[in-house]
Design a protein around this ligand. Sequence first.
Ligand code: HEC
Length: 150
Amino acid sequence: MSERLTKSAARNIFYGGTIFFLVIFFGLTLHSHNYMLNESTNMDELTPSVVAGKHIWERHSCVNCHTILGEGAYFAPELGNVWVRYGGKEDPEGARDMLKAWMAAQPSGIEGRRQMPQFNLTDQELDELVDFLKWTSEIDTQNWPPNEAG
Ligand code: HEC
């Protein structure tokens, strides 16, 4: 072994290192992808109604005010766990009615309180939104958010 780094040794370190870390990068990418599809996401429950709810969510840009699983704007409450906060686990029908009634009753007009617009959604659209929010709450987020308020 020569005492100084030769050109070819430097090249080998460069290519070897690049390949080594690329392999790690692609391995982790594949792992994340598989984990999302097979473990954290509840694919069996992905009904047409949940998909329709997601489209309503996007069409009305709910994310411009709300966060969902931490992504979005910080004007209004996190909705990734709103189903759980409204007691959906204990009383699914009660939580559904409450969520629909809440959305149908906005804006509240209470002075000093942030307001949510009225989107004039049909009963079916409200049901689909609730299905989407319920489905989202069942994603395995590894106990995120750390507290109920999100
Ligand atoms: C212009 C901002 C804005 C947009 C857009 C918006 N919201 Fe809201 N939303 C709010 C605010 C503000 C509150 C909290 C109001 C309050 O507590 O009085 C709220 C509250 C809620 C709540 C109750 C949350 C809780 O923790 O009690 C739900 C459910 C909800 N929004 C759903 C939606 C959905 C679904 C959409 C899209 C169709 C949407 N919001 C779009 C501002 C918005």
